[in-house]
Design a binder for this molecule. Structure first.
Ligand code: ADP
Length: 274
């Protein structure tokens, strides 16, 4: 109805313009639908731990004369509270990477520092699963971008590698400089020997809140937002993130980002703005 009304109004201007307007309308509707889905998803994701907390607090009250039960319920309340905290933190991270222009305060960022930070973030979890983490090739490499966003992106990839791997396996992080048509780039690959991802799921894992196995993801504290953040950071830096995986064998996530020197040279070649 709406589209027809628009086309009737602009019909004298020619059918090409009508087509453009209708396409615009469709795109606006799509964006609106994505936004509505997102709000619905967030509400659902928030409701789950809050609902659990409410039930558990009732259970604690009912079990007040059974100290062991109280302790058990309290332990589960702590898990739900932690989940809620990490969900809120990831929502803040996501909105930050979507709203802040990363190139506004871009700088050369040392790859070895990014990697050390990401490894540190997962050290405890890797330790309890006896997962070995090894990094190589990072010396003297610099990427161009927003330090905080890049750290969040790489941190998420390494965290996933640890989360979705069985005990006593290896997580490797390798970096190298590659030549690309648009200038030199840095490639950082995170490889695990974990559960892997099917071809069908590979297409969807970068969507917000998409999880292959929600139960498993929740058990590891996953929010389904990590890879959406990585994808956004990569794209806004002029890079990309890709995945290779074989089910039951493992996965490699590769983050490609502009090399610092090349990015600066390119910036200098741009004609000065008036
Ligand atoms: P989550 O918080 O659930 O980890 P992500 O957005 O980081 O959310 O990842 C989305 C989904 O992709 C995960 O739920 C998981 O099923 C899958 N996934 C991500 N990284 C890996 C990996 N290294 N190995 C296997 N599956 C993975």
């Amino acid at each position: 109805g709406e589209a027809l009304a628009v086309s009737a109004r602009v019909a004298p201007l020619g059918s090409r313009l009508v087509l453009l307007l209708v396409e615009d309308l469709t795109e606006a509707r799509r964006i609106e639908a994505v936004r509505r889905d997102f709000v619905a998803n967030v509400s659902h994701e928030l409701k789950t731990p809050v609902g659990a907390l409410s039930l558990l607090s009732e259970a604690v009250m009912d079990a007040s004369d059974d100290p062991e039960a109280v302790e058990r319920f309290a332990g589960r309340m702590q898990i739900e509270a932690t989940r809620l905290t990490s969900l809120v933190q990831e929502l803040i991270d996501l909105s930050r990477v979507q709203n802040d222009d990363p190139l506004e305060d871009a700088e050369p960022v040392r790859v070895d520092e990014l990697v050390a930070e990401a490894v540190d973030r997962c050290r405890h979890q890797a330790g309890t699963k006896e997962i070995t983490m090894a990094a190589g090739g990072t010396a003297d490499l610099h990427v161009w971008g927003n330090r905080g966003q890049l750290a969040a992106a790489l941190g998420n990839l390494v965290e996933n590698a640890v989360n979705y791997s069985p005990a006593r396996t290896r997580v490797g992080i390798a970096a190298r400089k590659v030549n690309a048509p648009g200038g030199e780039q840095i490639e950082i690959a995170v490889t695990d020997q974990g559960i892997g991802i099917s071809d069908k799921d590979k297409e969807r894992i970068f969507e917000r809140f998409y999880r292959v196995d929600p139960a498993r993801s929740r058990a590891t504290g996953g929010t389904g937002l990590g890879l959406a953040i990585v994808k956004h950071v990569a794209a806004s830096h002029g890079g990309e993130v890709t995945v290779w995986s074989a089910e039951g064998q493992g996965s490699t996530f590769t983050l490609r980002l502009p090399e610092a020197g090349a990015a600066r040279d390119r910036a200098h070649q741009q004609p000065a703005r008036e």
